[in-house]
Write a protein that binds this ligand. Sequence first.
Ligand code: GRF
Length: 198
Amino acid sequence: MNRQVKIIAVFASGNGSNFEAIAQSIKDGKVNAKIGLLVCDNEAAFALKRAERLGIPSTVFEPKTFDNKLAYEKAVLKELQKKNVECIVLAGYMRIIGKILLEAYPNRIINIHPSLLPNYPGRFGIKDAFEDKVTKTGVSVHLVDEGIDTGPILGQEEVAIDRVDTLESLEEKIHAVEHELYPKVLQEYLGKLKEKKE
Ligand code: GRF
């Protein structure tokens, strides 16, 4: 049976505005999912405060407290399995996903990136486009593979860079688009996923 409401985990390292936008879309009935867990890799992530306010369970795993990445991801995976998580949604998670999670969640890890991939991958997608003086950039939602921002693209939207834009105004425009695009693409993609076999 294909369960209607998919259980997802959101991974975040910082602010968590995309996490909150997804939570709000779920509340509004626009995304048929349940956030089983917010996973943060540091206890200072503001996303944790949002989770508390929203009543969403959260957990912190700090990689530096583990022997290596394998051990770190194994511990995270155990927690995801406990919560029956079917899909991982990265929202400002500043780490490369390793073998353990990629193998446990094939085609089930989604990321949002603030550029029109394959242009401007990496940490500074917004700034790199801005400094390049291109006239448009955008937002991409894609599946995660072993590369950095390289997996198959699920959805994209363009954002114009106007002459009057500053880096800050561009960031604002990009985030506004992210908060609409991510829930929309998630809803489309989750609907196509079969129930996850353990
Ligand atoms: C977003 O710009 C997202 O595209 C990138 O990291 C940022 C996270 O922002 N991967 P927030 O933490 O969701 O506010």
